[in-house]
Design a protein. Structure first.
Length: 242
């Protein structure tokens, strides 16, 4: 069994550009960064996928992690730019990140062709291929989900897909096709993306398995740290992916 989690931790520049609440609760970004790192240090999951990770946040996390937890990161070609004023970040670059317990080797790391601020990061850990992703909303979504399906169906090992898909489970399932199992949440689970910045509450972050099953899925409220809650589950890979 592999325990996994995914969390969009909200890049500071995006938070300010889109009028999210986090900057109001955390006027000093270094305090929020430290609180996010501390929250992640408490996590027991063997694999954690993170989206919207600033360069400052990545640096803080890497220095805080123990030697047996390895960070893999994709740096996007696009660097978020403030619409007004300047950024308080020393390194405003944006990253897709996987924190993995134990050895793992990178298989793929790419920004999507039609969005330099979204992409996928894949590593092999043991007999399992783990893919972190952040998918665009709107018309670009279809091609990006097709790329994820292409990468994961080519694997002869069990696959775990983690990330912010910017759409509901039915849309993801239809796009990926047969053979994929989405983690099922309890009926009373809160949304992964609470109401904010002019959007309604919804669950758009998912844990998906190909060649296995999931259990214990739950969403954890992170308060004002981010505009997304954390999603975690246990994954039971089969011997071979179908």
């Amino acid at each position: 069994m592999i325990s996994v989690a995914t969390w969009n931790i909200l890049h500071r520049v995006h938070a300010e550009n889109w009028g999210e609440d986090s900057p109001r609760h955390w006027p000093d970004e270094t305090d929020r960064i430290a609180a996010i790192t501390a929250r992640l240090m408490e996590r027991a999951e063997q694999v954690i996928a993170l989206q919207e990770v600033s360069g400052d946040q990545l640096n803080d996390l890497v220095h805080a992690l123990s030697a047996d937890r390895v960070t893999h990161a994709l740096r996007y070609p696009r660097v978020p730019r403030p619409r007004y004023g300047t950024s308080s970040l020393e390194d405003p670059s944006e990253h897709l990140v996987l924190v993995v317990n134990g050895p793992a080797h990178q298989v793929a790391a790419e920004a999507f062709d039609d969005d330099p601020g979204k992409g996928l990061l894949a590593v092999q850990t043991g007999d399992t291929l783990v893919v972190a992703t952040h998918v665009s909303s709107g018309q670009r979504r279809a091609g990006q989900l097709a790329r994820l399906a292409e990468l994961t169906t080519a694997s002869t090992n069990p696959v775990v897909l983690l990330g912010d898909f910017n759409c509901d489970s039915a849309t993801v399932s239809a796009a990926l096709g047969p053979g994929y199992t989405l983690a099922v949440l309890p009926p009373d689970a809160p949304p992964t993306r609470p109401y904010g910045a002019g959007i309604s509450a919804r669950t758009i972050d998912h844990i998906i398995v190909r060649g296995g099953s999931t259990s214990g899925a739950q969403i954890e409220n992170v308060g004002s740290l981010s505009d997304h809650n954390l999603l975690r589950a246990d994954v039971m890979p089969e011997g071979e992916a179908r």
